[in-house]
Design a protein around this ligand. Structure first.
Ligand code: ZN
Length: 332
């Protein structure tokens, strides 16, 4: 997409006018006054440089939102992946590469979520501050893939709100270190946001306890909700595996149909960043077996909602998901 920088011509004209104006002053004034002007200009440039906001780049919008809550207006924040974007499959665009190169700091999830970006991020880490926020999660809180022997971790750390607290604290300490003049602001903002997250965690826990345990089964398009399930005592099952890069097969659909029909599960869910085709096949399959399962609606899994909406924030996305799930699986 072509971005139009409409301010360029205007600022060009302003620049030209001020250049002419300065030239005129320079011609009229004595050399000492010109020198004074130059010194003043230099001082202004230095001030401007000191005022220049840090460019902080995040891969996912969830991380971008966490940075926003810690750093607010103090820095310029760019999230590479917008609404509906699947991080497992995401490849850097030329614009992203430019952004990453120009960034003062970069934050990414890690744990192999951004599979196709990891190499370039590791290279950039030699030149600037690059933080994999997933590393902030204590070992015992991370979910291992392939059982205890596994060497890889489930990267969907954000759906245990308590995990996200570690991420926000990591971002806060990294910001303080990079930009120590504003350390007090980052500290204050970070602490206030952590309080909000702790409250969100408590209300989420309480909300699910209102649903009988046997109904707390969450069927989604891919395995993004393991942390969510563990934190809020919900059984979770994804049609696709941990990454959306692996296709689901007919066998997966059949197994899902059997499970839903046998357990008389009321609703299944699609995800905003994953195709709904697989889930539609499951719903169709259940109908043929005589069990009417409904589409419980769309959950935000690996991407948040549109910027500027409530669901375009981390807290808003969690609240949306909780509401959807409770409405679909709760009382008849
Ligand atoms: Zn995922």
């Amino acid at each position: 997409m072509k971005k139009v920088h409409s301010h360029f011509p205007i600022s060009g004209i302003i620049y030209l006018i001020s250049a002419l104006f300065l030239l005129q002053i320079a011609c009229k004034t004595s050399p000492s006054e010109t020198e004074k002007n130059d010194t003043k200009k230099e001082a202004q440039t230095a001030e401007k440089k000191a005022d220049k906001k840090l460019l902080v780049v995040a891969t996912t919008s969830m991380i971008g939102d966490a940075i926003k809550n810690v750093a607010g207006e103090e820095v310029e924040i760019v999230s590479l992946m917008g609404a509906g974007v699947d991080p497992h499959l995401y490849k850097a665009t030329p614009r992203d590469v430019r952004m990453l190169q120009n960034a003062d700091m970069i934050f990414y999830n890690g744990l192999y979520l951004e599979a196709k970006l990891e190499e370039v991020l590791e290279k950039l880490a030699k030149k600037k501050t690059v933080v994999a926020v997933g590393e902030a999660i204590p070992e015992e809180r991370k979910i291992k893939l392939g059982g205890e022997e596994g060497k890889e971790y489930d990267p969907h750390i954000w759906f245990d709100v308590e995990n996200w607290v570690y991420v926000v604290e990591k971002i806060t300490s990294a910001m303080k270190e990079e930009d120590d003049k504003k350390a007090a602001t980052y500290e204050k903002n970070g602490a206030a946001y952590v309080e909000q997250l702790k409250q969100l965690h408590e209300t989420t826990k309480q909300s699910f306890q209102a649903i009988p345990k046997e109904r707390r089964i969450l069927i989604t398009a891919h395995d993004a909700f393991e942390y969510f399930g563990r934190a809020y005592d919900i059984e979770v099952k994804g049609l696709q595996g941990i990454s959306t890069a692996a296709e689901f097969g007919l066998k997966d659909v059949q197994e899902m149909v059997d499970l839903i029909s046998d357990k008389k599960i009321k609703a299944v869910f699609v995800e905003s960043s994953v195709s709904s085709k697989g889930m539609e096949a499951v719903i169709e399959g259940c109908k043929k077996r005589g069990h009417n399962v409904v589409n419980g609606g769309s959950l935000y899994s690996d991407a948040m909602g549109e910027v500027g909406t409530k669901e375009g924030t981390y807290i808003g996305m969690v609240e949306h998901n909780v509401k959807r799930i409770i409405e679909a699986l709760g009382d008849d």
